[in-house]
Design a binder for this molecule. Structure first.
Ligand code: GLN
Length: 470
């Protein structure tokens, strides 16, 4: 089977009889077993996917197939799929089967995409390296000694290794974009509210968004056209369904670049040099670059971790070992709850619940939680004003290249600082797309991010495409 860059190529091959959906599924299944050492898929829906492929091949013949016929998708293990296990890579949910599908899953299936399996991730989407998982770490297909990023590390690895054509991930503070960068693929964190969170196992509800990872901006756009838009099951869902093609936009744009990011001492030299090259190319094409200040740079990571741990501590209180989730034997109710939670949650999740409970506690609420909310507001205002004067913000996706498995998970705060360039879009709610801007050492890639105005995804993807093609 070919390594298809886009669904368009797949559908063209199907239409001339070069391949069928059934053969496609077989091809991906072969790849999944060939590269099983990557530990990307933790469950493969083999017979189900093959059966659906036969039905969709029939529909294609009858010209009744949906828009995504031929698209083989992997979903992150924190997105619910009816009658299937969804565990958020946690012992807490090992036996949990969802009784309903996430809206995004329903919408993909309606348009005849095939879900081929569920993908590894960091437990409850907390992490930047896919090492916090009960299933063990996922490996980076570019070099298996390295992490694929996180928390949607396996989503990025699966796309890169051609185990599926597209994967859904989730992004609370960078978990789609950072793994996309580490594996050299494209990932979109949509505007907060554009994609329904119904059926997503919550981490930090005012930050979480589901989004696609793929090899082309076209595939991302086509899937966004299907999964986005209002949903009666999610009251924070406010966007209209996207309905645009990615077009090569020839108009001249203005890009805001943060001086503080360029002078950031932790920015890897290869990423910096590719980033500067991207800026130079844009200038040569007649676009304008405006260098601006970001005095709040140092505050981004602390603000993000205060607010998301607060929300996580509240969201994860439902896992008490009684209603559902891992349950242990105990002599009384208090012991039942505390032992079930101690056994069910991994170290990083426990750390965040503790931190979140602390910042929300009566004595510290104002000092931490209220203050962080105020900073969030300032960040939102600053981005709003930047994006009213510029078309986009251009920023590297990560300060560093992929690191070795086991290298950084000993020091959680060091890992938290890997998120310095991604959390800003979740704090503000703006859409952000990450894409490779050049190959660097060891076959890895430097990646850049474009952040745009609310609901400007189509334009953002169009601009990303232009940069990628240059
Ligand atoms: N790395 C970040 C964290 O650990 C982002 C997680 C995410 O986006 N789900 O919180």
């Amino acid at each position: 089977m070919k390594n298809y860059v886009s669904l368009k190529e797949i559908q063209e091959d199907i239409s001339v009889g070069n391949i069928s959906c059934h053969e496609l599924v077989e091809g991906y299944l072969d790849n999944i077993s060939k590269y099983s050492d990557l530990n990307a898929f933790i469950e493969v829906y083999k017979s189900e996917a093959l059966e659906r492929a036969i039905k969709i091949d029939e529909k294609i013949k009858n010209q009744t197939a949906g828009k995504l016929a031929g698209l083989i998708v992997g979903i992150k293990d924190n997105i619910c799929y009816k009658n299937h296990h969804s565990t958020a890579a946690s012992k807490m949910l090992t036996n949990f089967k969802s009784t309903y599908s996430a809206t995004v899953v329903d919408r993909l299936i309606e348009e005849d995409a095939i879900i081929i399996g569920r993908l590894n991730c960091d437990e409850f989407a907390m992490g930047s390296s896919n090492e916090n998982s009960i299933y063990g770490p996922t490996k980076n297909p570019i070099n298996k000694l390295y992490v694929p990023g996180g928390s949607s590390g396996a989503s990025a690895a699966a796309v890169k290794a051609n185990l599926c054509q597209l994967a859904l991930g989730t992004d609370t503070g960078g978990s789609i974009r950072q793994p996309a960068a580490f594996c050299g693929v494209i990932g979109l964190k949509p505007t907060y509210g554009l994609v329904s969170r119904h059926g997503l196992i919550a981490f930090a509800s005012s930050f979480d968004q589901i989004g696609p990872l793929a090899k082309s901006t076209e595939d991302i756009s086509r899937v966004m056209n299907v999964i986005s838009g209002l949903d009666e099951h999610d009251s924070t869902c406010i966007g209209e369904r996207m309905n645009l093609e990615v077009s090569d936009n020839k108009t001249k744009k203005t890009f805001a670049v943060f001086k503080d990011v360029l002078s950031f001492s932790g920015l890897h030299k290869s990423i910096k040099s590719k980033f500067k090259k991207t800026i130079k190319n844009l200038e040569e094409k007649g676009h304008t670059i405006k260098y601006i200040d970001l005095p709040l740079l140092e505050n981004l990571v602390p603000t993000y971790y205060i607010l998301t741990t607060a929300e996580a501590s509240s969201n994860l209180s439902r896992y008490d070992g009684i209603k559902y989730g891992h349950q242990t034997k105990a002599s009384g109710i208090d012991e039942l709850i505390s032992t079930s939670r101690t056994e069910g949650f991994g170290k990083e999740v426990q750390r965040r619940i503790l931190l979140g409970t602390y910042v929300l506690s009566a004595g510290y609420y104002d000092a931490y939680y209220t203050k962080a909310q105020k900073i969030r507001k300032l960040i939102q205002e600053q981005l709003k004003s930047i994006l009213s004067e510029n078309n986009y913000i251009l920023i590297p996706t990560t300060p560093n290249l992929p690191f070795k498995i086991g290298q950084k998970n000993i020091n959680p705060t060091q890992l938290y600082y890997e998120d310095i360039f991604t959390v800003i879009a979740n704090l503000s709610g703006h859409p952000a797309v990450s894409f490779p801007i050049g190959e660097v050492e060891n076959g890895f890639f430097a990646s850049g991010q474009l952040i745009g105005d609310f609901f400007s995804e189509s334009d953002l993807l169009g601009c990303a495409k232009t940069i990628i093609n240059n």
